[in-house]
Design a protein around this ligand. Structure first.
Ligand code: CAA
Length: 388
């Protein structure tokens, strides 16, 4: 497969980053991905390795030890990582899109100095804590409560579905700073910068998942957790807006991950259809197979084209909420559809772990769920259609 998997013309720098990501994926991820999936094993050494490549600070300025790259280049690298290992890709996506960007946009110089360079170097992994056991799509209904305690705060509640919460050194956590007597809805939520050393911070239940098994997903339990005053991010009451604005960006990363999963399944199906013979000929000589492969290629190319156009719009400073949701919606539904077709191309062999397509199929599903379900993406798109 040539470097250009898309219509987007690449600069020499983008081509070099893609080559680096592809080489890393081929040597450090692809040989292990099935085993890590089978054992639900998160490989901690990947954090330092990805950090060493600069892939955990792709969007951070060089002043914070980042690569200072544009959004498209970041998404190109992310797709390459996802082709080999969707679990490694979500680590890269969450870290680059959510906690680092939140600190960069709203952190004080002191907060940035403390956290960003170690995050860019892969010494500190970031996580994002928005959902709770009873608050998913209705994110503003979260209940984790922060109460003032002298100069600082005390946080109590359970955050759920926290990607890499087991290994995170810094977690951007949304909690209520309004009072039960005077609830302020979305305006009653603030963002706190948590670290696992805080008294009352605990890692709770680890989920046993269908896919993305090499990416640990846990609850974070805050039991009267004492948080110093200088750990409030930005302005009190703005935490929900910060989370939504960050998810606008995060959804582009998940779209790139979904496209990478779809591409992996598509490439496996193309290769298998050439080598598998039935009724005296390679199965790719049947037009039914050709149509299936053609549809897979067309859907992947269109999801990617929208993603790359949206990345360019973002870097021009244009609002991308609606298009970000479209990217996530189309890419994730493409990934689910393409991986389903790939299992079908493989027939019985698609249903067993000897071949990778069943893993792609399992990994694809979560892209329709996390960072906002497909239904939430449709809500966001529809609301903007009717906005004044
Ligand atoms: N950018 C800026 N501001 C935004 C915004 C955006 N994208 N979306 C909403 N806001 C603002 C609104 O303008 C509003 O402010 P005003 O009152 O000043 O106008 C405020 O936020 C409240 O917005 P809504 O009234 O639209 O809020 P809502 O309660 O109706 O919810 C929702 C909207 C789109 C459904 C939202 O709750 C949502 O996105 N839910 C899904 C949450 C989600 O994606 N969770 C994923 C968790 S992370 C994860 O998956 C784990 C991981 O690690 C991978």
């Amino acid at each position: 497969m040539p470097v250009e998997t898309s219509l987007t013309p690449l600069t020499d720098e983008q081509r070099a980053i893609v080559e680096t990501a592809r080489a890393f994926a081929a040597t450090e991820l692809a040989p292990h991905a099935a085993d890590w999936d089978a054992r639900a094993h998160f490989e901690p050494s990947l954090v330092a390795k990805l950090g060493g490549l600069g892939f955990l600070g792709m969007l951070l300025p060089e002043a914070h030890d980042g690569l200072g790259l544009d959004t498209l280049t970041y998404l190109l690298a992310l797709e390459e990582i996802a082709v080999a290992d969707a679990s490694a890709a979500v680590m890269m996506s969450v870290h680059n899109s959510l906690p680092t960007q939140m600190l960069l946009r709203w952190g004080t110089p002191e907060q940035q100095r403390r956290f960003l360079a170690p995050m860019a170097r892969g010494e500190l992994l970031g996580a994002f804590c928005l959902s709770e056991p009873d608050s998913g799509s209705d994110a503003a209904s979260l209940r984790t409560q922060a109460v003032r305690d002298g100069d600082g705060w005390r946080l109590t509640g359970t955050k759920a579905w926290v990607t890499q919460g087991t290994h995170a050194g810094v977690l951007l956590c949304m909690a209520r700073t309004d009072t039960p007597e005077a609830r302020r809805g979305a305006k009653g939520i603030s963002t706190f910068i948590l670290t696992p050393d805080l008294p009352g911070f605990g890692v709770g239940k680890k989920e046993d998942k269908l896919g993305l098994r090499a990416s640990p997903t846990v609850q974070i339990v805050l039991d009267d957790c004492r948080v110093p005053g200088d750990r409030l991010l930005g302005q009190e009451g703005q935490g929900f807006i910060y989370a939504m604005q960050s998810l606008d960006h995060g959804r582009l990363g998940i779209a790139a991950q979904a496209i990478g999963i779809a591409r992996a399944a598509f490439e496996a199906a193309v290769a298998y259809a050439a080598e598998r013979r039935q009724f005296g000929q390679p199965i790719r000589d049947f037009q039914a197979l050709q149509f299936k492969l053609a549809d897979m290629a067309a859907r992947i190319a269109s999801a990617r084209a929208l993603l790359h156009a949206t990345a360019a719009a973002k870097d021009r400073g244009e609002p991308i909420t609606r298009f970000g949701s479209m990217c996530k919606l189309l890419a994730s539904e493409t990934a689910m559809w393409v991986t389903t077709q790939a299992v079908q191309v493989f027939g019985g062999y698609g249903y067993v772990k000897e071949y990778p397509v069943e893993r792609y199929f399992r990994d694809a599903k979560v892209t329709e769920i996390y960072e906002g379900t497909s239904e939430v993406q449709r809500v966001v798109i529809a609301r903007e259609l009717y906005a004044d």
